[in-house]
Design a protein around this ligand. Structure first.
Ligand code: ATP
Ligand code: MG
Length: 183
């Protein structure tokens, strides 16, 4: 699995449609303080289904919608799309025939949100399943925020175990077990 493209519309400071291409190799994002570098990481976490405004450095989820700036009115909705290259990686079997997977999340100012996978309406659960055990995902280990290393070191054993389980690729099976026990 490889991230190919991130498209932001009205997300945080990205008022206009902005497309960020990720070519092979390492991509660095540089720029002055406050130019929106961390907002790009927030957009990645958000489109992967993050449900915590705090994770996104916001007090309410609708704060991720462009709130206006000098000479620009606030927007009524935002949209982020993440395009992944499907190289047979650990995706759910139903997506294996697609060479690309595009996940889209939209949020309206009234709090209503929608998810799409390859432009088809999807549930949050379907989106989360795509990223389970890939190390990506809003709670995965591939996004290392400031202060997180210290948190891992001082975490309770049960919390640290969750990270190890995600890295070992068994989160998906545990989630399915829990679901089948509920039925
Ligand atoms: P640093 O180098 O200091 O870490 P950065 O490039 O990571 O900076 P960000 O934190 O990504 O900067 O962006 C901060 C900017 O985004 C602030 O100017 C803030 O006003 C703006 N911003 C955040 N949310 C919104 C929003 N909903 N609408 C408009 N602008 C927003
Ligand atoms: Mg930053």
């Amino acid at each position: 699995m490889r991230i190919k493209k991130l498209e932001l519309i009205g997300f945080k400071s990205f008022k206009d449609r902005t497309v960020i291409q990720f070519d092979a190799g390492i991509t660095g994002v540089v720029g002055p303080n406050g130019c929106g570098k961390s907002n790009i990481v927030d957009a990645l976490m958000w489109v992967m289904g993050d449900q915590s405004a705090k994770d996104l450095r916001a007090s309410a989820m609708t704060d991720v919608i462009f709130a206006g700036a000098e000479g620009y009115a606030p927007l009524g909705m935002c949209e982020v799309s993440l395009t992944l290259e499907n190289d047979g990686g650990p995706f759910p079997a139903k997506y294996l025939k697609h060479s690309e997977i595009m996940v889209t999340r939209k949020l309206h100012r009234n709090g209503e949100g929608e998810y799409f996978i390859n432009k088809e309406p999807a549930r949050l659960k379907d989106v989360q399943e795509i990223f389970m055990d890939t190390g990506a995902g809003s709670k995965g280990f591939s996004i290392i925020a400031q202060g997180m290393i210290g948190k891992i070191i001082t975490a309770k054993p049960e919390d640290r175990r969750m990270l190890i389980e995600e890295a070992a690729g068994i989160t998906k099976f545990k989630a399915r077990k829990k679901e089948s026990q509920r039925k």
